[in-house]
Design a binder for this molecule. Structure first.
Ligand code: ASP
Length: 591
């Protein structure tokens, strides 16, 4: 391979094939850097010895595909390139064959090429030639391969579940496939294999796993695509701890092998409520401290109306100490910083600077000396700090200040490089408020409630904790799972809390409830996002960098032009009539 030729091979005859990465003519000689996925090697074409090979080399353009034969030689003294693994040698070519020519390249294939993402995806097959993309996809392969090996070693059986199924309740929108044979009926693409993996437990496959493709019709983001891959697993006769242990072991082994970073286990466990209070997030970035502080008691009885109002309404006041923050200008704090807090639902962002033993800022006049000195003690404020505050219901005040904490971390470079801080966030609430009133499952309706909170399910459902847990790393949610309900009466009670009548529940999930009547072992499981894990592992900012052929952020594929329109006959065949096509503003393509 091109990238592996080395000094120890001197005098050896080699055959190489690859792409022309670079060509230059110098002193009557032609030099070509030939590239394959292992790297590049320098070829020398000398007309004095092999005129024919050199004539071919002279005609070569970037990205032509060549096969060459020649002899490995040390580079002449002074022309070595120590930054290149093959930099000590060159190959003196005596035979050269052009396997394919290439037109002028629409995009560069070097890592330094700065190209618009649409164009990158349109020419994805060229974009993927870049060393960075080669590295990412090969790391992904190794990661998945190792996860599979570990799963096998731990006694898991990989079972392929169908991808045309009834709608699954993961809370997102389904992609649907109309049924030709049963007009008026549709299949859904799985949002997850949830139902089938639970049925596999009833079927006696006590350790199931699958590298499963899933689909969710949601807006795309840097960590979200329509289709994604997850490490999906389910286990019988287990509690949370055994599930944690299995995942810690699989992921840490595969992580180290694929990404070259050891991951220490066991991972810390933080209940959801604590994560919200300390970090203002259910996916806390724990690579740095700077935790939020509850200063409600400091300001109980304050004359500052914003704080007083929030506290009287049963809310909270939270503070974030920003060391070095006294250098922040009013413009910054009332610009970007406020914007971040507002995006996450806060009404405002209050702040105080601490300089020369005094508090400064437009709100300082509202506070008594006692309040300010209690604040200093509670938060540990010192000169040079800025203290930011949010006030309101806990969820809003903490979430908004949690977002400000992340903003501050980037501004003040609190985040250490090259660290992977894995943790479990546990005891998620069972329900959340539904948009149209009532409650909806925070995870999915098969999640077991926390036994201590079960009595509250009817009277105060939002206070019921669940036996659901997430894996979080560096502030990214990598996956979720839970222990499942297997008692039909409990499942019915959950459906009732969700507002499903017994008839509706029967119609949607009757098959699962029936299955649980025939000896269902207690079970639980997890799904970890492969795309996200690889993204974090290789240090990319988006999952699009670790998926071979992703969609753009606006949900299309510039490479193939999909989604495309189809012939009226094709629609008629599956019994579909589509709403008139709306041309998005700025679109030029006309089919
Ligand atoms: N089905 C869930 C999901 O895809 C994971 C699980 O509960 O195992 O998020």
């Amino acid at each position: 391979m091109c990238g592996t030729v080395k000094l120890a091979d001197r005098g050896e005859r080699v055959t190489l094939a690859g792409w022309v990465n670079h060509r230059r003519d110098h002193g009557g000689l032609t030099f070509i850097d030939l590239r394959d996925h292992t790297g590049v090697v320098q070829l020398v074409f000398n007309p004095a010895h092999f005129p024919e090979a050199q004539t071919i080399a002279e005609r070569c353009r970037l990205e032509w595909v060549l096969r060459v034969e020649g002899v490995v030689e040390p580079r002449p003294e002074g022309s070595e390139n120590p930054s290149l693994p093959t930099g000590a040698v060159e190959v003196a070519v005596d035979l050269c064959e052009v396997l394919a020519q290439a037109e002028a390249m629409p995009i560069g294939t070097g890592d330094e090429a700065e190209v618009d993402e649409r164009v990158r995806l349109q020419y994805r097959y060229l974009d993927l030639r870049r060393p960075r993309m080669q590295r990412n996809l090969r790391a992904r392969h190794r990661f998945i391969k190792r996860l599979r090996d570990e799963a096998d070693r731990l006694g898991f059986t990989e079972i392929e579940t169908p991808t045309m199924i009834p709608s699954t309740p993961e809370g997102a929108r389904d992609f649907m496939v109309p049924s030709r044979m049963m007009p008026g009926h549709v299949w859904a693409l799985p949002q997850s294999p949830q139902i089938y993996k639970q049925l596999s437990m009833v079927a006696g496959f006590d350790r199931y796993f699958q590298i499963a493709r899933c689909w969710r019709d949601e807006d795309l983001r840097s960590d979200r695509q329509f289709e994604f891959t997850q490490l999906d697993l389910e286990m019988s006769f287990v509690d949370e701890e055994e599930i944690y242990e299995v995942l810690e072991s699989m992921i840490s082994v595969a992580w180290e092998e694929a990404f070259g970073h050891p991951v220490a286990t066991p991972w810390p466990r933080i209940p959801y409520r604590e994560a919200m209070e300390r970090f203002g997030s259910d996916k806390p970035d724990t690579r740095f401290g700077h935790e939020l502080q509850d200063v409600s008691e400091v300001f109980r009885g304050t004359s500052f109306r914003v704080f007083a109002g929030a506290l009287e309404a049963g809310g909270t006041v939270r503070a974030l100490r920003v060391p070095g923050g006294s250098e922040l200008t009013r413009g910054e704090l009332e610009g970007d910083w406020l914007e971040v807090a507002r995006t996450y639902g806060a009404q405002g962002l209050a702040y105080l600077w601490r300089r020369a033993g005094q508090y400064e800022g437009s709100i300082v006049k509202f506070f008594s000396e006692t309040e300010l000195s209690a604040l200093t003690d509670r938060v540990g404020v010192v000169d040079g700090d800025c203290v930011c505050f949010t006030a309101g219901p806990l969820q809003v005040a903490a979430t908004a200040l949690g977002a400000v904490r992340l903003h501050a971390a980037r501004r003040f470079r609190w985040i250490p490089e090259g660290r992977f801080d894995f943790l479990w966030v546990t005891e998620f609430p069972l329900f959340e408020s539904a948009a149209g009133g009532g409650v909806s499952p925070m995870h999915h309706p098969f999640t077991q409630p926390h036994p201590d909170d079960w009595p509250l399910v009817e009277s105060d459902p939002l206070r019921v904790r669940s036996r659901a847990y997430d894996i979080v790393c560096n502030g990214v949610e990598l996956g979720s799972g839970s222990l499942r309900i297997t008692r039909p009466e409990q499942q019915q009670a959950i459906f009732a809390a969700l507002g499903l009548t017994p008839a509706e529940a029967q119609q949607k999930f009757g098959f699962l409830i029936s299955a649980f009547r025939y000896g269902a072992p207690p079970h639980g499981g997890f799904a970890a996002g492969i795309d996200r894990m690889v993204m974090v592992g290789v240090g990319e900012p988006s999952i699009r960098e670790v998926i071979a052929f992703p969609k753009t952020q606006t949900g299309s594929d510039p490479l193939t032009g999909a989604p495309t329109v189809v012939l009226p006959e094709q629609l008629a065949e599956v019994g579909l009539r589509l709403a008139p096509r709306v041309v998005p503003p700025g679109e030029t393509r006309s089919e």
